[in-house]
Design a protein around this ligand. Structure first.
Ligand SMILES: Cc1cc2nc3c(=O)[nH]c(=O)nc-3n(C[C@H](O)[C@H](O)[C@H](O)COP(=O)(O)OP(=O)(O)OC[C@H]3O[C@@H](n4cnc5c(N)ncnc54)[C@H](O)[C@@H]3O)c2cc1C
Length: 417
């Protein structure tokens, strides 16, 4: 008899895990998803009359080589490849991600004091930067959190000069070291259709073809000491007695919401709003080539990233910038627009003022601190141990890079099959 694998949540991690288990005929794979689409985080957003990814999305190479191979070979998805021209912004200075300190602009360099040429996660801004830049980092960090110690991991080591090496073993950091040191230009891949949502339907078809049973519009709850399934508010009983292994592949907040609502309500204090602003620039404007610019700018402390979707897709021959902003409070967009237009003009040395086409809140993210995360994971683990021992989980509260979800799925299959 086949063993029943239940995958709770049609996230990218859940889909990759379903693929891994479907390789072995010993398993019957069941995938449970609340919405009517797989990988719903890749749903596009509307800005003006066009559709965009909800924030810049890219596959970085070589770290995502296996994912690209998988989508190309098994789903016939076509990709376009570009150079990874990642940049950092210090006020109005755009600096290449891999640029060594000696080539940084003098006005920024004078505020750098490299005591070390290596980085490990225990280090602080003052090991690398002087007061003026430390102030800029702290001001910018307010878009994520009031506690700089918690948000510093979003700045260090990303804004360090190209000659500072990160020594952690994390696969993302290994890639970023390569990006800094390699003489060869690293590449990024984007689906030919531009939108990452173009991966959703092929993934569904592919998994179904491999015999994966997908249950859409089926909600998972963790009530009264049991994992339960509901379709249109009606509980479905059939799954329960047949679950040999259960993988929880959604955000752990789903679990915590039912188990410890009190903890979940604490998350409201660490809520961050994510905004996308679509800016049109004159198509004759010559701007420098970048895949993304990660920003530190005291006039626009909420601005996190600038990318240029028109580099990857022809939006009726118009030239767009996609500006991503984070804020702990709801932004009053009208107040913001004037500053945004004039600052973007200066940063990119535009001839004409750019135009804002659309500006809206498109996502809410929660950014819990280490203490909250630790105590919440402990609660979830204890509940599983006591009530539903077959559940396996990565206990994750934050959006995960797509490449990591591939690695997780492979590791989990090897460990639990
Ligand atoms: C601004 C931004 C930019 C990003 N850019 C990149 C990038 O460039 N490169 C990269 O690799 N990654 C990037 N990421 C990460 C990536 O987009 C996804 O966040 C990541 O893959 C996680 O999404 P997911 O769909 O896999 O997981 P989740 O969003 O956690 O999926 C959870 C799934 O479970 C389902 N679900 C929820 N509750 C229930 C329930 N009660 N019952 C049943 N099902 C339920 C949901 O409908 C959903 O389908 C970015 C993220 C953000 C926020």
């Amino acid at each position: 008899m086949k063993k029943n694998i239940y995958i709770l949540g049609g996230s990218l991690y859940g889909c990759f895990l379903a693929y891994q288990f479907s390789k072995n005929k010993k398993y019957k794979v069941n995938l449970i998803e609340n919405s009517d689409k797989l990988i719903s985080s890749l749903n596009p957003i509307s800005l003006g009359k066009f559709k965009f990814n909800n924030g810049l999305h890219i596959f970085e190479l070589p770290r995502s080589r296996n994912i690209i191979k998988f989508f190309k070979k098994d789903m016939k998805i076509k990709f376009k490849f570009y150079n990874n021209n990642k940049k950092n912004l210090f006020e109005r200075n755009i600096i290449d991600y891999s640029e060594k300190l000696s080539n940084w602009p003098e006005n920024i360099k004078k505020n750098v004091n490299l005591k070390k040429k290596i980085y490990n996660s225990n280090q602080n801004l003052k090991d690398y930067f002087k007061n003026d830049l430390i102030k800029l980092f702290k001001k910018s960090s307010l878009r994520f959190s009031n506690k700089f110690n918690e948000s510093k991991r979003l700045f260090l080591p990303y804004f360090l000069p190209g000659d500072v090496k990160d020594i952690s073993k994390d696969e993302g950091m290994i890639y970023r070291n390569l990006l800094k040191t390699s003489k060869k230009k690293m590449r990024i891949a984007i689906p030919k259709k531009y939108l990452f949502s173009s991966l959703q339907n092929p993934m569904e078809k592919f998994l179904k073809k491999r015999g994966v049973e997908i249950y859409f519009k089926t909600k998972i709850t963790f009530k009264d000491n049991l994992v339960r399934f509901y379709k249109k508010d009606k509980e479905i009983k059939i799954f329960k007695e047949k679950m040999d292994k259960v993988f929880f592949c959604s955000n752990s907040a789903v679990m915590l919401k039912d188990l410890y609502p009190k903890y979940l309500s604490e998350l409201d204090k660490v809520r961050i709003f994510f905004y996308n602003c679509l800016v049109e620039i004159d198509k004759k404007e010559k701007i420098q080539n970048f895949s993304e610019i990660i920003c530190l700018n005291s006039r626009l402390q909420n601005m996190n990233r600038i990318s240029c979707p028109s580099n990857y897709f022809n939006f009726q021959n118009r030239k767009f910038l996609q500006i991503e902003l984070y804020s702990k409070k709801e932004l009053i967009l009208e107040n913001f627009k004037k500053d945004l237009i004039s600052e973007i003009k200066e940063i990119l040395s535009l001839q004409k003022k750019p135009k804002i086409i659309d500006f809206k809140k498109t996502r809410t993210i929660f950014s819990p601190d280490k203490f909250w995360t630790k105590k919440s994971i402990k609660k979830c683990k204890n509940w599983i141990k006591k009530n539903e021992k077959t559940i396996i989980s990565r206990f994750n509260f934050l959006p995960v890079n797509m490449n990591k979800t591939w690695i997780w799925a492979k590791e989990d299959f090897e460990k639990y099959s």
